[in-house]
Write a protein that binds this ligand. Structure first.
Ligand code: ZN
Ligand code: FE
Length: 253
């Protein structure tokens, strides 16, 4: 596979991702949750960093930009909102492409968690980095955007190929599963939740996930099907989504 993804855990529940286009050795870091951790992983791998690709401005995603750039001299790409807290060299947005050696990433507008949030999709390798938009069995909180905006963003991600490997930025899956079971009693979800609880008991990661798995079991993508369970029967899809999101925000599992 021409793109190598190196995943590592950092901060309390973040994942960091270092990626390398094997044809050219070009290397990028998806977000910068923890500069020291990113620099240590680069050292261990013997990789030199060319780019930072940011998904959104939150400190656990862009907070390491300045320190990592100072040491590696890398170029930082991301949405304009990153400049609220961190340096940015090139603004990119939905519909743009980003080139990492011979690997092309499509930039997908995915606002809702923050207004300018973006995701990066590599169609050749079927790999997507989705930041805090889509999680395994979950989705990001709506800190800045509307339910309509987030629903549209999630639909763009759900439209990616079923076998796309989805790299989410946090390990929230076990608590997401507890909420999901409160609104969905489907067999697919029950089976997946059992696997997730067992995997977490063993200390294993549940990221990456896939688009197919999320479409089958994620209660936010399944909001139209679950509408009655959250008091939104007969309402438009975005309203059903809003009701699931509100139920999660109030869930004490
Ligand atoms: Zn965030
Ligand atoms: Fe985050």
């Amino acid at each position: 596979m021409p793109l190598t993804v190196h995943q590592f855990a950092c901060l309390s529940d973040n994942y960091g991702f270092l990626i390398r286009d094997e044809a050219t050795g070009r290397t990028a870091c998806i977000d910068t949750p923890d500069a020291a951790a990113v620099l240590r992983e680069l050292d261990d791998l013997g990789w030199e960093l060319d780019f930072i690709l940011n998904t959104h401005w939150h400190p656990d995603h862009a907070g390491g930009n300045a320190d990592i750039k100072a040491i590696t001299g890398c170029t930082i790409m991301g949405p304009a909102e990153v400049t609220r807290i961190a340096p940015l060299d090139h603004e990119v947005g939905g519909g743009d492409t980003v080139q990492l050696g011979e690997t092309t990433f499509q930039v997908i507008e995915s606002g809702g968690h923050t207004l300018g949030h973006i995701a990066y999709f590599d169609p050749a390798d079927r790999v997507a980095f989705v930041g805090d938009t889509l999680f395994a069995l979950g989705c990001g909180r709506l800190f800045e955007g509307t339910p309509e905006q987030m629903w549209d963003s999630l639909q763009r991600l759900a439209a990616l190929p079923d076998d796309t490997r989805v790299y989410c930025a946090h390990e929230y899956t076990a608590s997401n599963a507890r909420f999901a079971l409160s609104v969905d009693d489907g067999a697919a979800l029950k089976a997946r939740a059992d696997e997730i609880f067992a995997a977490r008991e063993r200390g294993e990661w549940t990221v990456p996930t896939t688009i197919a798995l999320e479409k089958a079991t994620n209660p936010f993508l399944r909001a139209p099907v679950l509408a009655a369970k959250v008091g939104a029967a007969g309402q438009p899809d975005a309203q059903a989504f809003a009701a699931v999101r509100a139920a999660k925000d109030n869930f004490r599992g």
